[in-house]
Ligand binder design. Structure first.
Ligand SMILES: NC(=O)c1ccc[n+]([C@@H]2O[C@H](COP(=O)([O-])OP(=O)(O)OC[C@H]3O[C@@H](n4cnc5c(N)ncnc54)[C@H](O)[C@@H]3O)[C@@H](O)[C@H]2O)c1
Length: 260
């Protein structure tokens, strides 16, 4: 149970982040949702999470591509609800392109949102977690934090970086009741992979199901797009007392991808 804990989940108005917010709220945690939607749109998502699970929820808008927003996020979440006992760095973006034509501004944005924002948030939450003697940090990396694919230079650098950073912070906090782990999802059914599905579908005259089959057959042995809830449930487990002995781990939830 996570009763009386407060969680901050970045990028949580949709997709994996929203599934994590629901999974934590289901265990009794109060949740600060975060995104780039307007305050009114985010407040509506927060109200829905709060009423479904009988917890308190709030929404903070912050563009994590902007360092100032990223540095201020934990303070904004604390102001909105309470100091986070649980931090889930989930916000992420993707752009695929061969290295020789990879736009430098895409590189900068991917590194900022997928890696630097997690650094800023961890830096801000650890002192409070230390003072309270309890904390859970879950960073949503990717199979691409463990292995590579073509045309994903910035994403690979950010996600491999996030895995390394998480291991380091896990060691720095290991005696203080704090755990720091990564989840490394394979193909999961959310908006971020739609451009890649569209590209594949185009090979089959726009047949989306055929595009998804093609994508999965290449690397994901279970041949199934993961529902975001699968990641949410694993995140909630890593935040539980049962997982108190797990820290510094990069856990694949990938249908067998990295077993190959
Ligand atoms: N879907 C997959 O197959 C898959 C696989 C491995 C890892 N992941 C990772 O899971 C995480 C969640 O992605 P998702 O699959 O739910 O996709 P998604 O596109 O639905 O969610 C991404 C979230 O990041 C937020 N975000 C994007 N740009 C932002 C910015 N500038 N500032 C603040 N927030 C921003 C969005 O608002 C959104 O809530 C990402 O880190 C992604 O890299 C996804």
């Amino acid at each position: 149970m996570l009763k009386n804990r407060t969680a901050l989940v970045t990028g949580s108005t949709q997709g994996i982040g929203l599934a994590i917010a629901h999974a934590l709220a289901e265990k009794g945690a109060h949740v600060v949702l975060h995104g780039i939607e307007t305050q009114a749109q985010g407040d509506a998502v927060a109200a829905s999470v709060a009423s479904q699970h009988g917890v308190r929820a709030a929404y903070v808008c912050a563009n994590l591509a902007n360092a100032e927003d990223a540095v201020g996020l934990v303070d904004a979440a604390t102001l909105a609800l309470a100091a986070p006992d649980i931090l889930v760095n989930n916000a992420g973006i993707q752009y695929t392109c061969p290295i020789e034509s990879f736009p430098a501004d895409r590189w900068d944005a991917i590194l900022a949102v997928n890696l630097s924002a997690a650094f800023h948030a961890m830096k801000a939450v650890v002192p409070g977690m230390r003072a309270r003697g309890w904390g859970r940090i879950v960073n949503i990396a990717s199979v691409h934090g463990l292995v590579a694919s073509v045309n994903k230079g910035a994403y690979l650098a950010a996600k491999h970086g996030l895995v390394g950073l998480s291991k380091g912070v896990a060691l720095e906090t290991a005696t203080q009741g704090i755990t720091v782990n990564c989840i490394c999802p394979g193909w999961t059914d959310t908006a971020i992979i739609q451009p890649q599905i569209d590209l594949r579908a185009a090979k089959f005259g726009g047949d989306r199901a055929a595009g998804i089959r093609d994508l999965l057959s290449e690397k994901q042995p279970n041949q199934t797009l993961l529902p975001p809830q699968r990641i949410g449930e694993v995140a909630a487990f890593l935040c539980s007392e049962s997982a108190a002995g797990i820290t510094g781990v990069a856990l694949p939830v990938d249908g067998g991808w990295t077993a190959q």
